[in-house]
Ligand binder design. Structure first.
Ligand SMILES: Cc1cc2nc3c(=O)[nH]c(=O)nc-3n(C[C@H](O)[C@H](O)[C@H](O)COP(=O)(O)OP(=O)(O)OC[C@H]3O[C@@H](n4cnc5c(N)ncnc54)[C@H](O)[C@@H]3O)c2cc1C
Ligand code: SF4
Length: 337
């Protein structure tokens, strides 16, 4: 075990000031960070416990949306009646993740920040550019069943493992952060990064910046949505492919469409150009199939994960069909159960 010091932050200003020093980590639920510390992957010299900060509330915004504090637990967020009624896509995605015990601890901010589940990242005996920049990537040419098919680089082919973030990407949430130089807001699409030449950077937070909340806009797509998660077993497993689909339909035609994919890239994957092309079309299998082709344009398997391309294609069409029919996957699950 590496030694580290520990402090409880009194307020956000103190947390960001202390957090800007080198080799410091915030700790929230600890469900990811503590595992990484035990495996010697993260070795912070100092932990700043943020659990005492007043960031555990869900509040209405002036724009008619919801502001979710960074410390709101995944279980509480999924169970909030406003989220269930107005943003059922988010609630479904949260309930598809982890286990009840983990969701009781896991926080909104921590979920955004959770690190990849690439096996090589977790094995310090292997080369990994994300863990040790410049050391290489043993996943490339290795066992790649869980790896990315979109947005990869020759430095890293890892995926982002979150379910919650896939729904938030489709809902076009915003991330509010506070740093040593003040507050700023990032569009959800700009929060996470693709690996490119810097796979050690998962996101665009600057040192010391703390996520304080995530804001949902008014539109929650509560009539036509579906979160479909395909995984190796029905519970307690990360997505091989997941799809967050949200539609507005008038007179059989699509007026708005948002689709984000999980399990396929280093960040939730969206193509707004493909969404534009589906807008105005009829909601049917033919237009959904053409959309899936566009969304997956450029997808490339690594061998073991070639199956993800066809799987994603079918999952996109199925999720959009469920959303259009008003029978989301979460209701289908209940009917099967
Ligand atoms: C066995 C297992 C299965 C899981 N399955 C799933 C799954 O199916 N789907 C899914 O989506 N997730 C899954 N998870 C991941 C889980 O959801 C995350 O571990 C959790 O959301 C992280 O939140 P936390 O509060 O525990 O973060 P912590 O472990 O406390 O922190 C994680 C990281 O976030 C940083 N951090 C935390 N809060 C903030 C903040 N406010 N601002 C800036 N940085 C911050 C920390 O410094 C750290 O780097 C699983 C986890 C486990 C252990
Ligand atoms: S895919 Fe990324 S996380 Fe996995 S070994 Fe390669 S560099 Fe590391």
């Amino acid at each position: 075990m590496n030694s580290f010091s520990y402090m409880r932050a009194r307020d956000v200003a103190q947390a960001t000031r202390e957090g800007a020093a080198g080799n410091v980590k915030f700790i929230a639920g600890g469900t990811n960070l503590l595992d990484l510390m035990k495996e010697n992957i993260e070795r912070p010299g100092r932990l700043i416990d943020i659990n005492g900060l007043p960031l555990d509330r869900i509040e209405e915004t002036h724009e008619g949306g919801l502001r979710i504090g960074a410390l709101v637990r995944n279980a509480d967020l999924a169970a909030d009646p406003r989220v269930q009624e107005r943003y059922p896509l988010l609630s479904s995605a949260l309930l598809a993740g982890a286990s009840p015990q983990l969701r009781n601890m896991a926080t909104t901010g921590g979920n955004l920040m959770q690190r990849t589940r690439c096996h090589y990242f977790y094995d310090v005996a292997t080369a990994c550019n994300k863990r040790r920049p410049g050391s290489g990537c043993d996943a490339i040419g290795g066992v790649t069943r869980i790896h990315a098919i979109l947005g990869t680089s020759d430095q890293c082919i890892a995926t982002h493992p979150s379910d919650m973030c896939v729904a938030m990407a489709a809902l076009e949430a915003e991330v509010n952060v506070m740093g040593p130089h003040g507050p700023r807001t990032m569009a959800f699409a700009d929060f996470h990064r693709l690996p490119a030449e810097t796979p050690h950077l998962d996101n665009n937070l600057a040192p010391g910046e703390l996520i304080v909340s995530v804001e949902l806009p008014q539109e929650g797509f509560s009539q036509h949505y579906s979160y479909l998660k395909i995984r190796d077993r029905l519970a307690y497993a990360f997505a091989l492919v997941s799809v967050a689909a949200a539609l507005r339909i008038e007179g059989g035609r699509i007026t708005t469409v948002r689709v984000a994919l999980g399990g396929v890239a280093h960040k939730p994957w969206r193509r707004t150009d493909a969404e534009q092309e589906l807008t105005g079309e009829q909601a049917n299998a033919k237009t959904f199939t053409a959309f899936a082709d566009r969304l997956l344009n450029g997808a490339k398997g690594q061998g073991d994960n070639d199956f993800k391309i066809a799987l994603a294609q079918r999952a996109i069409v199925r999720a959009l069909t469920q959303a259009a029919d008003g029978v989301p996957q979460s209701q289908t699950d209940k009917r099967i159960a």
